[in-house]
Design a protein around this ligand. Sequence first.
Ligand code: EPZ
Length: 418
Amino acid sequence: MDQLVIRGGRPLAGTVTASGAKNAALPLMASCLLTSEPLRLENVPRLMDVRTMARLLRHVGAEVTEEGPASLRLQAEAPGCPEAPYDLVKTMRASVLVLGPLVARLGRARVSLPGGCAIGPRPINLHLMGLERLGARIRLSHGYVEAETDGLTGARIAFDLQTVTGTENLMMAAALARGTTTLEHAACEPEVADLASLLNAMGAKIEGAGSATITIHGVPALRGATHRTIPDRIETGTLAVAAAITGGTVTIEECRPVHLEAVLVKLEESGAALTTGPGTLTVRGASRSRAVNVRTQPFPGFATDMQAQMMALMAVASGRSVITEAVFENRFMHVNELLRMGADITTAGNTAVVQGVPGLLGAPVMATDLRASASLVLAALAARGTTTVSRIYHLDRGYEALEEKLRLLGADIERVKA
Ligand code: EPZ
């Protein structure tokens, strides 16, 4: 397994381009199952989860071909095998995003239950509740969800909590249902709105995406379309923290600062100077950040996917910060590894108290999940000495060539093939 070797202590400087959003690309790709016509997606990031989704779609019977460095052509002319097998779903929970489109297009689907992952049990009960409301019959057998219907009918679906892929799955299913569906207390993430804009380009009639109430007027069929994926707000936030934690100055181009407002507010509160332009964000890190408190929330609140990265910054900030993970049950896997680098963090339930220390020390550390690995890379950039991050396949799931982007900014970082 590859490792990253990082020698810390260098302020980053320069300009880097944000890639397309992983969490937009995955539902956008799944929506190819809703039509027999070709879909063209641009600005698709080249990373592991996108390759896994492509494998899954091919398994189901869609054609997925690369048309350029960041462009995909997808066509599900006649999907034959409406099944998402365990060996694919267990590596990527977002595989569940084929469930709604398959039931809507073919009237049946067999999708492996995702199982837990490093950050918590992550059930899909709300996805299934919504499909049942639309008229699908759901059966659980041998670790698989089996869904079937003679045709979906629009319904009112109210979520008790906001689920991003649950909202996306049901928006896709409802697009081909007979009649109107309303999703109440839907997720408001930009990736949901991006999916709705593709579906509407395909002929769907969706209003309110990006707000907590989404209305979908079902249509008999959808056509092909071309769509450019929005920039990755979590990669943008991660690069912004890299500037802050090294006390450097970094400009990120082709990004959407408005998609990570709550994170930028916290970065400014901690002492970074930010300037935004149309599609650009410049971050000037303070010589030493100030401690700030963070509580993760669904969008537009502070993104849970940025919690681990912010904790790395707080580990070397002056003062004490309280970080509360209010979205996932167990998203502190990075804490133990940060402690090994000399951080002073105590956790109780879903709250971590971080006492900033003057500096961290490089050490061998292990990645446990996607954003935890980003947190360790950030800590290593600021640490004195050398850090080796192992199991970086976690990082490769969600970041496109992060070490190359950081090296472009002056970081002393290299990938060592195991
Ligand atoms: C999406 O996951 C993202 N993944 C996650 O990003 C992100 O952390 C998460 O939303 C929250 O923002 C993709 O978009 C592919 P949820 P998702 O359903 O949809 C509970 C990353 O690092 N829940 O919004 O799976 C669930 O347990 C990844 O890029 C139910 O109880 O998350 C969690 O506590 C990690 N029942 C909360 O809701 C359900 O049916 C939010 O989960 C569904 C969810």
